[in-house]
Design a binder for this molecule. Sequence first.
Ligand code: SF4
Length: 328
Amino acid sequence: MHPHENDLNDVGQSDSLPAVEPFYQTLKKQGLILTKSRPTILQVNTGFLCNQVCRHCHLDAGPHRKELMGRETMEQVFAIAAHPQFDTIDVTGGAPELHPDLLWFLAQLRPLAPKVILRSNLTVLAEKGTPMMTQLKELGITIVASMPSLNEAQADTLRGQGVFSNSIETLRQLNRMGYGQAESDLELDLVANPAGAFLPPSQCELEQRFKKRLQQKWRIKFNNLYSFANVPLGRFQVWLRRSGNYTDYMQKLANAFNPASVEGLMCRTILSVAWDGFLYDCDFNQAAGIHMGKRKTHITELELPLKPEHKIATGDHCYTCTAGAGFT
Ligand code: SF4
């Protein structure tokens, strides 16, 4: 991110009602231009198929979605993942566990980067059971799991009946296998997001609260907790509009714009690959349909390293990442 005179903000696009100033104009007023740093994380979305229909999902993932990454695209991903600039491969969805080739995919990726992450909603991991968990452990895959709330009723309202107790049991099983334990290399991280149209408390404070409660009540341990505000896209945007919260929520995010957060935004260090092999600056832009740098580029056309002045395409959903301490 370079503050300078040149106006590169035209990569921006406005995806909200005129309730807030377009994000790119806010950047421009601050003299900021959002450009890629050297991406070190390759994020791969294996498809939108999911076993849950969470209210806050920015991708509108669910059992009704049929998009899944094909083997040919997965093989094209290997060629890019092997580039030495990537130290982390982050596999996400939907629920990647539902992809029939997931374990093969992870096994091929594992030697290519020091860290390979699997995003999980926990209930699908419970469905796949011990055989899948054992293979993840043997491959040394880091698990980043959604755990939206410590309140059972709230979690079940957001994610579906029985999700909370199922998630607790899965975390306990992962702990028994060595995940999240201080003496183990098997990393288990949690992701929490607010139950509605408001900003989360500080990540540090929330991590302490989750650690204390999960340990005291269920003897569950984990490594790190990440929290972020819900992104006003996909199913969450539909809910915001239907409930009459959209304008207020956008204003809340825009009012909390923190210019200091821009330097560390995750889109600066991530390349996001969609299930069909097309590239995005981040997973949220994928949900918004805004291609990387606003150019439709397939992974087979990607040339690394990117030019240092590579511009990041933005939309008004970007206010989610720059609110308060920011989402990095
Ligand atoms: S949504 Fe966030 S991560 Fe994505 S381009 Fe906007 S600011 Fe960057």
